[in-house]
Each structure stands twice: as structure tokens, then as C-alpha cells.
Design a protein around this ligand. Sequence first.
Ligand SMILES: CN1c2c(nc(N)[nH]c2=O)NC[C@@H]1CNc1ccc(C(=O)N[C@@H](CCC(=O)N[C@@H](CCC(=O)N[C@@H](CCC(=O)O)C(=O)O)C(=O)O)C(=O)O)cc1
Ligand SMILES: N[C@@H](CCS)C(=O)O
Ligand SMILES: [Zn+2]
Length: 768
Amino acid sequence: MVSWEDPTGVIATPPIHRHAREERDVNTTVLGYPRIGAARELKQAVEKYWSGSTDAADLEATARQLRADTWRDLAGLDVIPGNTFSYYDQMLDHVELFSAVPERFRGLGLSGLDTYFAMARGRDGVVPLELTKWFDTNYHYLVPELDKSTVFRLNPAKLVTELAEARDLGVALRPVLIGPLTFLLLSKSPDCEPLSLLDQLVDVYAELLGQLDVDWVQFDEPALVQDRTPAELDALRRTYDKLAALTDRPRLLVATYFGDPGPALPVLASTGVDGLALDLVSAPGMVPRIAALPSLQRKTVVAGVVDGRNVWRTPLGDALSTCATLLGSVGRLEVSTSCSLLHVPYDVEVEDELDPRVRERLAFARQKVDEVVLLGRALSSAEGVDVDLTTPAGGPVKESDLAREQAVRERVAAIHPEDRQRASYDERREAQQSLGLPLLTTTTIGSFPQTADLRRTRADLRAGRIDEATYDERMRAEIADVIRLQENLGLDVLVHGEPERNDMVQYFAERLDGYATTRLGWVQSYGSRCVRPPILYGEVSRPTAMTVPWTSYAQSLTIRPVKGMLTGPVTMLAWSFVRDDQPLQVTADQVALALRDEVADLAEAGIRIIQVDEPALRELLPLREADRKAYLDWSVGAFRLATGGAPASVQVHTHLCYSEFGAVITGIDGLDADVTTIEAARSRMEVLADLASAGFRRGVGPGVYDIHSPRVPSAEEMTALIRSALATTPAEQLWINPDCGLKTRSYAEVEPALRNLATATQQVRATL
Ligand SMILES: CN1c2c(nc(N)[nH]c2=O)NC[C@@H]1CNc1ccc(C(=O)N[C@@H](CCC(=O)N[C@@H](CCC(=O)N[C@@H](CCC(=O)O)C(=O)O)C(=O)O)C(=O)O)cc1
Ligand SMILES: N[C@@H](CCS)C(=O)O
Ligand SMILES: [Zn+2]
């Protein structure tokens, strides 16, 4: 995006010219937009600010430019969402908006901006807010911490500044707020139900509405697509009736997304709000119910017909007919995306290395805005634009390499229930005795620090500054260092450290047929951290071994067992954009078969322990209870298909992270892994009690080192955690390891932490 520098060095942005429009039959909008920057400008700017190499004014200038860029991208829409920018996370912005900053950060005496970042990242030994997954996406939000003495106070500076900035550029915004129900339901409180703070919070929203000089305000209430109690639905009705009863207020739009609001739909429709935004991509079955609700004849319905979470071009004919069905039955119709575009990359046009047959089927954020605009024009009787329905919509690239595709489909059709079944655990345990592992076996989760040097080496290879042979040599040198370090630390089961992996999903996607990867398709995962979700567009198969040479090389350097390291089928799907023309279960089995071949090759190469990571098993769990059993059946089945061919003598591990395991305990047991390593340090081993009461009797490694924090835990702390684990788990079952991989940490933290982990283990072993 072009920026205009004035002589003082301050970036000046020219007005955004939007054509004056008449009120149309059908307006256009989106529910939100990415904010990290098309070239990850925000990531670079905040990381520079954190490192102290730039100041707050520089960071704010970048932020201003990014907001202006966003409004320019959205200029073709009739209604532009506002408050979509965030330095770190939108939930954290609301903590600031309501002055709900926990005491431990207020005491630090920092500026507003630094207090904000301290809540996100911790500071001077003060632990940050907890980070957790945003519904069933790969985005993470910060969990507000409230208690019964919390007093909300309005602090609207960020919002008001942004609205004024937009107004100066000639842009009117519809600010987006997290709705009060969702804000509270996602918060945690040690001494009260967060919803008990609702009335007080709603008063602050009311105060805010009184200060906003805008036409519309959008309240995001995705928590309504989860199961809600009658009391919560009652609270919903009270909240929006109260806000709607305010005099002299903006119009109120309540947005639900990621699913069907079910019983919350008639409740919301019966309140005095002016509009509802509904996700008709994830819940197309809602259409007849919307059309049948008389109260919606007086309201605006924002129809989310363009998928905000996946990257396929919209089947425009289908979207048009959905809108046409609704046109006659709702007060006004607005065309939109199903949710915020935060979850897709900016622009497919820059992906010049993508196979054109794949690229022509894709729409990223900018293309999705174009689709919305096109649909709006086609539906608007004043313009009557014809939509070309012949351009390919999203979906598999059917004509590619048909022979292999056919073979994959036949292989899936031939899957037999026994393929998902290993020998009995007792038989496996016996066969694995020859590994000679001690009680309280120590290990790590796979990755060692991804140093700047490693990333630069990969960038050098991509840019042609070094050749493959040089790259391989440097990676081998790193593997040798990592093996030596683990031997010196006295760890029992070693890893190669994953230096060759840009990302645990992308690495495999780059090596599988049926998957495409992008050059610049970055999506924010949390704060300044981004991922490039690969695109699973066809039938998946494995042309050749993906990990065997690296793992075998590592094993050749040591007599201790080295764990092979694979990413499981569910995580390969969860962190990719996947085809939506066949059940996820079928796609998962295809990925599982490719992994099954890798497991066989690793075993053939003499690797005795293989870990298949499934950190996203919890994340994909359906938002409604009624859908969970079917999900756990196919997801667990895919994992078992991937690992089911492993001989009894090969020890299969899995790894899960991101707490809240309660709902997937039966699934964890169902995976039938010989050893499960699991995040536990922050929750002080709570998961073990759940596993014990579910009768889990295979190996379990609760994390004793919280790798999400730069803190180095002492040996004493870890000793205490191991002892508390032993209260519920017999020593024969217990493994000692960190919570997760070490890729985001530095060696300065990792070395002493692992040394302490080994010391703590020895201290406890001596007492057994
Ligand atoms: C475990 N997690 C993961 C999730 N999803 C995934 N797909 N992968 C995951 O590991 N979801 C849940 C969590 C989220 N956690 C994280 C943790 C860390 C990151 C992260 O560090 N992201 C990096 C980008 C990683 C990457 O792809 N690196 C590439 C490219 C690096 C790069 O930007 N190179 C520069 C040049 C660098 C130079 O010259 O020095 C460039 O190309 O311009 C690589 O290593 O090759 C981030 O920086 O945000 C994400 C999620
Ligand atoms: N093996 C991976 C798992 C992360 S969830 C790692 O260690 O980074
Ligand atoms: Zn993990």
C-alpha cells in the first residue's frame, strides 16, 4: 500500500474516496478484517517496539497506516466495520475498554500501551493473562480475569480515536464490539460466576452507546452458537432489550457466527435490536427458520453467505438463491461474510507460485470483499448486474493426476476396521520392554529453539542464496548439536529438534500431494505470531518419505532412542484450509493413510518410538455437545488409522496441548497411544485426576515446564509437580517432559530449564 510521507516524517494518508451511493435494496458489508498487515507490518512493528528499537510513536504511525489501508480495501462496501484493528487481540482491547485490568498489572507503573502488552506477554515476573483458542479456530485470545469486586469503567480512547481517524478520511464505520454475553462467558473469575457481573457491564455498554456518533454498532456474540442454559438465554433477552430501550442510540446489530444460534435465534429476534448477522455458511439450515420468524420482517438480516473461514471462491449462484429466499421475508437484507475475515490471508493475487488450477478456485480477504460487492450489486434492483456463474467456485482440482486420485479413493474405500487396531496394550508393553527405559522417563515434545539463524538459512534456501546440499548440511549440524545437548542433559528419549520444519503442519503439507502452500498467506495465530495454513485441495497422498532421513540421521548419532515426529491427521486438517466438498472424515482418513506409510517407513528404518502430535484434537471439538460423539469417532479413528500399522515393539506417543481436556478425555483414551504427553504445568496436573478417573492406564507425561512463559522453572518447582503427579499416577505410568515444543523459546531459557527438569526427575527417582 502506498503511503505519503510529509517533511516531518509523519505518514499522511489521503482521503479515501467512496462514491456517494443511494440507499440500495441490498447493502454490503463484512464482519471484520485481518489486521496483521498484508506484509505482516504489524508483526514487525510490535516486535521492534518490544525489543526497544522503536518507540510508541513509530508503532502508532504503523497502526494508523494499517487502519487506513484496511478502510481502503473495504471502500467498495456500503457498510465498513470499525474497531477491527488491535495491537494484540480484540478480547484484550475490551479488557482495556472496560478498565478491567487486573491489579498485578496496574501496580507496574507502566504507560497504557505497556500495561496492555504486559497483560499479553507478562513482565518483570508478572504472569500474563491466559491465552486460549477462540472457539474452534486457530486464533488465540487472552482470557479476561474478573472477580466479584471488578468495577467496569468506560475507557473508550482507542475506539474514539479510530472513529475520528476514519471520519477524517471520509469513512463512516460500524464499530465492532464483543457482546457482553460473549465477553463474560469467555472470562474467568475465581470467586463468582462472570455472568453475575452482567448488569454492571451492560450499563457500561449503554454509556458507550451514548458517546458514539455512528449509525450502527455491531455486537459479536459467537458464544450463542454453543449450548446455552435457559438462564443464559434469559440474560441475553434482558441485555439486548435494555440496550435497545436506550433513547438516542445507534442501531444495534448482533452477530453470531461459527454455527447456528439455535434457541438464541428467536430470543434475539424478539428483542428490540435492529439487525442480526447470521452465519449461513456453517449453518445453511437456518434459512427457512429465518424466513419464518415474523419479528425479522422488521429487522435487518446480515446474511453471511461468503465463507469467512475458508479460502474457496463462493458458489455465487447458491449464495444468490439463499439471498433471494430471504429477500421477501426480512425487513432489509445485507450481504456479508459469515464471520470476520481475520481467519483468512489478505490476497491471493500475490501467490504467483500457486498452481493456477488451484489459484483460480481461491478467494482470500480482498477477493471475498469483491464477492460480497458483486453479490450486493446483483441483488440490487437498481443495478441488476449479471453475475458470471461460470467461473470455477471452490473445490477439488478434479482434473489433476487422476490416476493417483483414483488410487487414493480406492485405498480409503478399502480401509478395514482392523487397520485401526494395534496389538493389545499388554502385548505392546511387553514388546517395548527392550527399550530399557527407566521409571519417570524424561523426554521433550519435539522442537528445539527455532533460532534466527535457522530461519535465515531457510530464507536463504528459498531465495537461492544457498543450495539444498548446504541447507541439509546446516540442518544436520543443528541436529547433531541438539542430540549432544540432550545427551549432556541426561534425557532418556531424544528428539532431533525439528530444525528443518518451518511449521509442524506446513512442513508436511509441502511434502504431500493434494496440498498447496502459500508464499505470503499469513494468518494471525496470536499476538505477533502468524501461520500460513496450507490449502488441502485434492486427494491426499505421500509421494515419498517425509521425515525418515532426518530422524535416521539423529538416531545414528546416539544409542538412546530418538522419537520420530509426525503431525497427526486431525491437526493437519484443523490448521489447514480444507476442501468442503466431502466429509472431513474422508479427508482425515486420506491424510492418515499417508502418515501410516510414514510410520511404516520409520519403523522399517529402525526407529523404535514414534510421536504423532494431535494438539488440535480439542480445538476441532464441535461447539455443541450433540455433535461431539460423531467427531470423536472419526477423529480418533483417523489417528488410529495413522498409527494402527505400527508393530507392537514400536512405542507410539501422542502429544496434546491447550488445556480444557475434560471434554475429550474419552477421546484421549480412544487414541490408544502407548504414551500421551499433555500440557499440565499451569493447571497443576489437574488433567491427571480426570485421566485416572477415566481408567487411563497407559503412559502419560503431564508437562512440568510451562514453555509458554520465558520463566525458567526451578528444580524444586518441578519436583513438586512430579510429586503431585505421583499422587494420582503410578510411577510406572509417568513420563517427565515439558508442556509442549520448545521452538518459540531461546537456548538461554531451554538449557537451564531442561537441566532443572533432569535434576528434579533424579531427585524424585531417588525416593521411589
Ligand atoms: C503450536 N501452534 C501452531 C499452530 N498452528 C500451526 N500451524 N503451527 C503451530 O505450531 N496453532 C497453535 C500454536 C500457535 N503457536 C505458534 C507459535 C509460533 C508461531 C510462529 O513462530 N510463527 C512464525 C512463523 C513461522 C514460520 O512459518 N516460519 C518460516 C518463515 C519465517 C519467516 O517469516 N521468514 C522471513 C525471513 C526471516 C529471515 O530472513 O530471518 C520471511 O520469509 O520473510 C520459517 O521458519 O521458514 C512467526 O514469525 O509468526 C506461530 C504459531
Ligand atoms: N512436535 C511439536 C508439537 C507442538 S504442539 C513441537 O514440539 O513443536
Ligand atoms: Zn504442543
